[in-house]
Design a protein around this ligand. Structure first.
Ligand code: GDP
Ligand code: MG
Length: 293
């Protein structure tokens, strides 16, 4: 029997809806999704397996200009993801008035792989605007096939999915066909904690934290997880923990529930907060957190 397999890489500006779309296409809550930009720092793969095909979706950070060491390393992820793709799936937010791509247009147009464009969040638009935007997008990316969708409301995804399947090359599977993702569970544990921090704090806190899983131990009746949350300043540690530890406790409770849902087992979660000044620019730290290989 013939088998199709390929990498479908999602690209787009921060907040376009890449993670939402990938989760819908994969059918699991793999990528964390929040309204704040730059939530997705790493590449996350989600894998769809059927008897005769395997799709490896890859969610990348939004395209950004390198400013910090961290952002530079994010750009490496983006560039890498352009390299190994069989199909490029670009997500454009119809409510984003810029529709610009930070100079990536030429590079993308020069690529030989098929380009699918999901024009997302059409639930926030109307027919006239949709048509106008489609014209604009087609001018910038003449090769692109445009699919108007709403990732959030699961609209237009069937057509897009069908087209992706058609475009897959003949190939053996890249990953074990039972695999849902190539990321280890501890990675999702840290992403869930980070998501809860992004949701629970305002201002600079979310952007200056990093989460490291120190313990991930599967025991008979529960999974034991200990995580360190690194902040850049002592004042941030105080804010994070809150009065009598209330705020951190809330983060911990929410994260634990989500982990239990995801893992399908009871979780015992411990959170610690440590100060590590200037971690953003420390190359070795970035390495320890898995940004650099
Ligand atoms: P990413 O940064 O590209 O990964 O974007 P996310 O998937 O994290 O989504 C960013 C925000 O857009 C979240 O608040 C989503 O709920 C929202 N969003 C994603 N898709 C849609 C959509 O189709 N319609 C609307 N109204 N919001 C959406
Ligand atoms: Mg994302």
């Amino acid at each position: 029997m013939s088998h199709k397999a390929g990498y479908v890489n999602l690209i787009g500006r921060p907040n376009a809806g890449k993670s939402t779309l990938m989760n819908q296409l994969v059918g699991e809550r793999l990528s964390i999704i929040t309204p704040k930009a730059q939530t997705t720092r790493h590449r996350i793969r989600g894998i769809v397996n059927e008897e005769d095909f395997q799709i490896v979706f890859s969610d990348t950070p939004g395209m950004l200009e390198p400013k910090y060491a961290l952002q530079e390393s994010m750009m490496t992820f983006v560039k890498e993801s352009l390299k190994d793709a069989d199909v490029l799936l670009m997500i454009i937010d119809i409510t984003d008035p810029h529709l610009t791509f930070l100079g990536f247009e030429t590079g993308i147009n020069a690529m030989e792989i098929p380009l699918l464009i999901a024009l997302n969040k059409i639930d926030m638009s109307n027919q006239a605007d949709l048509e106008k935007t489609m014209e604009r997008v087609k001018k910038v990316f003449p090769k692109g096939e445009v699919y108007p969708v709403s990732a959030l409301h699961v609209f237009g995804l069937d057509l897009l999915n069908k087209r992706i399947r058609e475009l897959l090359p003949e190939a053996p599977p890249y990953f074990d066909k039972d695999a849902l993702t190539d990321r280890p569970m501890r990675f999702f544990a840290s992403e869930i904690i980070r998501e809860r921090i992004l949701e629970n704090y305002q201002k600079e806190i979310p952007y200056s934290v990093e989460v490291e899983i120190e313990t991930y131990k599967e025991e008979e009746k529960l999974v034991r997880i200990a995580a360190v949350i690194y902040v850049s300043r002592k004042s941030q540690k105080g804010i994070l923990i809150g009065h009598k530890g209330e705020r951190l406790k809330k983060v911990g409770t929410e994260a634990r529930k989500l982990m239990e849902e995801f893992i399908g087992n009871k979780v015992f979660l411990e959170l610690f907060v440590k100060v590590d000044e200037d971690w953003r620019n420390k190359s070795n730290r970035l390495k320890a957190f898995g940004y650099k290989s």
